[in-house]
Design a protein around this ligand. Structure first.
Ligand SMILES: Cc1cc2nc3c(=O)[nH]c(=O)nc-3n(C[C@H](O)[C@H](O)[C@H](O)COP(=O)(O)O)c2cc1C
Length: 210
């Protein structure tokens, strides 16, 4: 496995919506490809670390380099690793601000304006401090928003599966009742089946047949 990092300049300042779209894309793709990492954005500058299988990382980097949302990619490190440093994050994210920088040990005099490709490319010590600081601190609100969206999607998916299985059961009950009615053998058990099905369809229904 390798870990690699690079700096680049956003082609235009990124809005929250654009960052959100980019992060959603990273999360979906990176999860599928077994990639993890961290993306910092501030002062129109990106600093990204990506780790995973060497060939997969290299292929993605070629794609990222051609992305029109940024320019001037400068690779700053490439290391073979045994263990991931960002194992839990398909792509962690933080926006770099003056306030955030003031909390980083040794970077009290470093301002968000210094977060640019030229300065950072010369200061690997600063890059290391930034990455380890952001690795141990909180999530950006944007990431929390994505997490919340993931939960809503999970909830909808569960409801959809339940709705499908209810529809399947309802059609079985209808088939059985229709056949019995045609044969003149409609009985108490069919009524109980219908009542039980009705119980699952109403607003207070449990979602599962009784
Ligand atoms: C700064 C920056 C970082 C990016 N990081 C990733 C990443 O970690 N994973 C990823 O799949 N795409 C990333 N992208 C997006 C890729 O350039 C590309 O648009 C995307 O992989 C294409 O995905 P698709 O094939 O699903 O459309 C990044 C783009 C930029 C500008």
């Amino acid at each position: 496995m390798i870990q690699m990092s690079y700096l680049s300049q956003a082609s235009a300042p990124m809005s929250a919506d654009q960052l959100l779209a980019l992060l959603m894309q990273c999360r979906t793709n990176n999860t599928a490809r077994g990639l993890t990492g961290m993306l910092l954005y501030g002062n129109g500058t990106f600093l990204q670390v990506i780790e995973g299988d060497e060939a997969v990382v290299d292929r993605l980097l070629a794609t990222i380099e051609a992305d029109p949302r940024h320019v001037g990619m400068r690779r700053i490190s490439r290391t073979t690793i045994e263990r991931r440093q960002y194992a839990d994050w398909s792509m962690g994210f933080e926006r770099v601000t003056d306030d955030g920088l003031r909390q980083v040990d040794g970077l009290r005099d470093f301002s968000a304006r210094d977060f640019n490709v030229e300065t950072l490319a010369e200061r690997h010590d600063v890059v290391d401090s930034l990455m380890s600081q952001y690795r141990i601190t909180h999530w950006d609100p944007l990431v929390r928003e994505i997490d919340a969206k993931d939960k809503v999607i999970e909830h909808l998916r569960r409801n959809l599966v339940q709705a499908r299985s209810r529809a399947e059961l309802t059609s079985l009950v209808l088939e059985s009742v229709t056949r019995a009615a045609r044969q003149g053998s409609l009985g108490e058990e069919h009524l109980r089946l219908c009542e039980s099905m009705l119980g699952t369809l109403g607003p207070t229904g449990s979602g599962e047949p009784a």
